[in-house]
Design a protein around this ligand. Structure first.
Ligand SMILES: Cc1cc2nc3c(=O)[nH]c(=O)nc-3n(C[C@H](O)[C@H](O)[C@H](O)COP(=O)(O)OP(=O)(O)OC[C@H]3O[C@@H](n4cnc5c(N)ncnc54)[C@H](O)[C@@H]3O)c2cc1C
Length: 476
């Protein structure tokens, strides 16, 4: 078994899964143009295995000689974390700003599942986590991860909500397994991946024990219903076609668990409420690091797009423009430095090297909190044509095309077509959906700030002691 091809991945999705899109039941996800765009984006992860320049990054060979995806290799060192980071950056560059996503969030989760099992010290959980990891390695499966509960009133604990199913919960157990009910929102790629791993979205108290549940299931399991969000299909008739650069995109689902059976061997947490926090926090350390990594290419693209438009419009040497481009360069380099530093300065949780929690959250917070400022700079450089530009069809019309070409050129040597193509790319890459993703994906701003504060508390107190000593204050 081992590594899958892109074709095998695509073929594996015809499995009777229950997906609704735009009010219709989708019989074959590959036949739907919106979902096909997403599937082609994801297939890149599998295609990288056969690209000689990526093979060493994408593939790890196990001691028994079996080649597996690097993502499913349990990290053993900071160097492993760096390699994983580089793989995500390269995969996203290949995807023109969109990460293929088939294994990375799954590896974030499986590393957290392994850490939590070790911290719990229960052999059956350690064994199940290892067996499931082995299953993913051997079958090279694509896996979506369902963390975010629908939550109802955000300020109220799961067990105290106005109805009991605002968080996914266990409704019964027997000797074969458990039955779960509830819904998870915004689950990226669930409609076109093989498996789904579910973990809690928050810490739990004793009264919430039924909500402390984690498990993995094939997406086509009876009772899993997905309501998928419409997405882009590719270049429209008004867009300039771009050879070898298809539109890459993902979409997300509301995933409903309508009394779904999970066999014991797929259960990773079942009522151990004290460990829900370990699972969700360790997932978040990994996942926010993944987030920071895959945002590097889009940040590089912002620098490139701002510079291109400034040059095309003849303003690239003007001082305010240089300052704004410098701001973008600082933005992308802080992101790169923090993402790499989080690997080098890793911590060990449950025996597993884990990206440094403070630096990781700083990287994600830096990206997300300054993203809109950077979009503003690119929009500023681009000018108003960013929203009013004539279309490809107009440009190709023999009556008006030459006039558009005559009037919408840039500085000497820059034809209208260059400007119109770059503006189209900017509209596509800096889509408003990506702004929402920057704010909420991998947790809202406060989630990162709270983690930074909590993780830095020992340092903060240490610094206080230091200044008290310097001030001659000797507390008893
Ligand atoms: C494009 C996209 C893709 C995503 N993909 C996935 C995925 O694959 N898997 C997955 O599990 N999730 C995914 N998410 C979900 C993402 O992690 C959540 O959107 C995020 O955690 C915020 O949760 P929410 O959307 O429910 O917003 P809310 O939690 O409602 O946040 C709205 C505001 O309320 C504040 N708030 C919330 N609770 C409290 C509180 N108790 N006290 C004070 N303030 C509070 C927040 O800080 C924020 O300011 C995705 C999201 C997006 C936008």
């Amino acid at each position: 078994m081992g590594l899958k091809t892109a074709k095998e991945y695509k073929d594996s999705l015809k499995d009777g899964r229950l997906v609704y899109l735009g009010g219709e039941k989708i019989k074959d996800v590959m036949a739907n143009p919106m979902l096909r765009t997403c599937i082609e984006t994801s297939a890149l992860d599998y295609e990288m295995y056969d690209m000689p320049q990526y093979r060493d990054l994408a593939v790890v060979t196990l001691e028994d000689g079996e080649p597996i995806s690097r993502y499913y290799h349990m990290p053993k060192s900071g160097e492993d974390l760096v390699k994983r980071h580089e793989l995500m950056v390269e995969a996203t560059r290949l995807g023109g700003g969109a990460i293929p996503f088939t294994h990375d969030i799954a590896s974030d989760t499986m590393n957290a599942v392994n850490i939590t099992a070790t911290l719990m010290g229960k052999n059956e959980y350690i064994e199940r986590a290892n067996n499931y990891r082995r299953y993913l390695q051997m079958n090279d499966l694509s896996v979506a991860v369902a963390v975010t509960d629908v939550k109802g009133d955000r300020t109220i604990r799961p067990s105290k909500q106005s109805h009991p199913d605002y968080y996914v919960r266990i409704i019964s157990k027997d000797d074969k397994g458990i039955i779960v009910r509830g819904a998870k929102a915004h689950i990226t790629a669930a409609a076109y991946f093989n498996e789904l791993i579910v973990i809690p979205s928050r810490n739990m108290g004793q009264e919430d024990a039924d909500y402390a549940v984690s498990f993995a299931l094939p997406v086509n399991t009876k009772g899993i219903i997905q309501v998928c969000h419409p997405t882009k299909t590719g270049f429209g008739p008004w867009d300039f076609p771009v050879e070898d650069r298809p539109v890459r995109w993902h979409t997300d689902s509301l995933v409903i668990f309508d009394d779904v059976f999970v066999p014991w061997e797929r259960v990773f947490l079942c009522g151990e409420w004290q460990f829900a926090m370990q699972l969700v926090y360790n997932f978040a350390y990994y996942h926010r690091h993944t987030a920071a990594s895959y945002r590097i290419p889009i940040s590089e693209m912002m620098v490139g797009m701002a510079q291109a438009m400034a040059e095309y419009n003849g303003i690239d040497k003007i001082s305010h423009v240089r300052e704004k481009i410098t701001d973008l360069v600082i933005y992308v380099n802080i992101l790169k430095s923090l993402s790499r530093a989080a690997c080098v300065d890793y911590v060990v949780h449950g025996g597993v090297p884990t990206p440094n929690p403070i630096i990781t959250n700083m990287a994600k917070y830096h990206f997300a909190s300054k993203y809109h400022d950077c979009v503003k700079i690119v929009q500023d450089m681009a000018g108003g044509l960013l929203s009013t530009a004539p279309t490809y069809k107009d440009f190709n019309n023999p009556e008006i095309g030459p006039l558009i070409d005559r009037y919408l050129g840039g500085k000497a040597g820059i034809p209208a077509e260059y400007r119109l193509r770059m503006l189209q790319l900017i509209r596509r890459i800096l889509d408003p959906e990506i702004e929402v993703l920057a704010v909420h994906g991998e947790g809202s701003f406060e989630a990162q700030r709270m983690t930074i504060y909590a993780e830095a508390m020992a340092d903060i107190l240490q610094y206080q002691k230091y200044v008290e000593r310097e001030a001659g204050i000797h507390r008893t």
